[in-house]
Ligand binder design. Structure first.
Ligand code: SF4
Length: 330
């Protein structure tokens, strides 16, 4: 059984404004699985549904977001859990931080700016496990941060006294303190310079390698996926359009949109200009019929405007949803 199995998930935002109701189809019929002991990357441009996917997978489903169809099943150590049916109490007490943790883009969102780092650890551990012995607690978190290559002195500092990279390492230390089965890393290196970025990604990789848990790495940066992810899923306009082991995605992309993403990556020594994709991502309140990529796709044919392409298994763990896979391959 996979660690996480998402089946035919439809998660929409329903909004009412001036008596007009709108349905934004942010996740529309997405199916995927995540295995234990893998780093799964999710890529795609802004508004493709990455953030909504994170919300659903982490159980942060609040109106106007609602799940209309599908299931999100986890195989946690303590048993199987369907995230679409779990209660808020269960989420707070037993799932968040302990089974699923989150590394956000801005580490300041998790660190309290007016409390020393140790206090944030204290808040999280006391809420989920309680602290019976303060000496043991301090020893435990000192050991934990040391293991992650941080000097234990950081515990006594305020977040503003740390560099951006150090803060993000502390955020990773917080996310791993209970050794959760899944770490969701949402654009964890955006806003960091490339050297620090490399260190943070290396740390995430090392932690995953050691604890053999699952990391869901969400970023629009394909270079990050190339360096870190074991498998990559490409999203476009609320749908998964391609998925494959990362080497295959970069060596032999099959979907026209994936091809575009890969070809836009800079190559050392290549002085030719990169051409952008024409058009803009569709409005998900009124997405195009058929293949949602058809208004921008250079290979679109008539049937693309009316028929939704189904995911096809292409072998070697690769699958893609396109009516012209043979054409793309050539
Ligand atoms: Fe392009 Fe048609 Fe394939 Fe969509 S289904 S990606 S429009 S060729």
């Amino acid at each position: 059984m996979p660690f996480l199995s998402v089946k035919n998930l439809k998660a929409y935002y329903r909004t009412e404004m001036y008596g007009v109701s709108r349905m934004v189809r942010a996740i529309d019929d997405v199916s995927l699985t995540l295995e234990s002991n893998e780093i799964y990357g999710v890529a795609g441009e802004s508004s493709c549904g990455k953030t909504t996917l994170i919300k659903v997978l982490s159980g942060t489903i609040k109106p106007p977001l609602k799940i209309y169809e599908g299931s999100v099943n986890y195989q946690f150590k303590r048993g199987s859990v369907d995230m679409t049916k779990v209660s808020g109490e269960e989420l707070r007490k037993n799932i968040r931080w302990k089974e699923i943790s989150y590394v956000m883009q801005g580490s300041m969102s998790v660190l309290n700016p007016v409390r020393r780092v140790v206090k944030t650890f204290e808040d999280i551990i006391s809420t989920h496990e309680g602290i019976k012995n303060r000496k043991e607690f301090l020893e435990r978190i000192r050991e934990h941060v040391k293991k992650l290559g941080l000097p234990p002195d950081v515990l006594g500092l305020y977040p503003h006294e740390l560099s951006g990279g150090m803060r993000q390492r502390v955020a990773i230390a917080l996310a791993t303190v209970f050794h959760p089965g899944l770490i969701i890393a949402d654009e964890p290196t955006t806003a960091l310079d490339v050297v620090v970025q490399r260190g943070v990604l290396q740390l995430l990789k090392e932690i995953q390698g050691e604890s053999k848990n699952t990391v869901l790495l969400v970023t629009h940066d394909m270079a990050v996926h190339a360096n870190v992810a074991d498998r990559v899923g490409i999203m476009y306009a609320g749908r998964l359009v391609e998925e494959a082991p990362s080497q295959l995605v970069f060596k032999s992309p099959q979907h026209p949109y994936t091809k575009h993403l890969i070809s836009s990556l800079p190559v050392i020594g290549d002085k030719s200009g990169k051409s952008g994709l024409e058009g803009t991502p569709p409005n998900l309140a009124n997405p195009p019929q058929g293949c949602r990529f058809h208004p921008r796709c250079p290979l679109a044919k008539e049937s693309c405007k009316t028929e939704v392409p189904v995911m096809r298994d292409l072998g070697g763990g690769q699958r893609a949803a396109c009516h012209r896979l043979e054409g793309v391959r050539q």
